[in-house]
Design a protein around this ligand. Structure first.
Ligand code: TYD
Length: 136
């Protein structure tokens, strides 16, 4: 898996004077069936989240409010992106190390995931992840 396979997904945006609306349909706007949704909020200034990779899980991250940065690493190369739009998602395939930081005040990181939570799916040690990622 490569950081180049992390890609932007642009969602429909219904503009309205009463406020904008964006919707996300599983297997249409994102490339998997959604099994779980979670969100990060009340992130204090300077805090970082993530710091892990998933063995099988695929995810789409959205800055539902505010902004934050995501550092992506495939064991060889890394890439830093900023999420700051509620109508755009970042697709993160399996076996990508990610770290989230630079959260703006009141930001919300909404995550749609392809599977239920299980700790067995995590690499929480970077060297262990990189060793596996670099194994042909
Ligand atoms: P973690 O995935 O490490 O958070 P992040 O990557 O956003 O920094 O999860 C933090 C804690 O929450 C950890 O104890 C596992 C638990 N958790 C669940 O129980 N269910 C979930 O769906 C998620 C994402 C985490």
């Amino acid at each position: 898996m490569s950081v180049e396979q992390c890609r932007w997904l642009d969602f429909p945006r219904i503009e309205d004077q009463r406020g904008n609306l964006t919707f996300v349909e599983a297997e249409r706007h994102i490339p998997f069936a959604i099994r779980r949704v979670y969100y990060l909020y009340d992130v204090p200034p300077g805090a970082a989240r993530g710091g892990h990779a998933h063995k099988q899980l695929e995810q789409v991250l959205i800055a539902a409010s505010g902004s934050f940065d995501v550092m992506l690493d495939d064991g060889y190369a890394n890439r830093r992106v900023t999420l700051d739009r509620a109508d755009r998602g970042l697709y993160v395939p399996r076996m990508i190390w990610r770290e989230l930081d630079r959260f703006s005040a009141n930001s919300i990181c909404l995550v749609m995931a392809s599977a239920y939570y299980t700790e067995d799916d995590y690499f929480r040690d970077y060297e262990e992840f990189a060793g596996q990622a670099r194994t042909p």
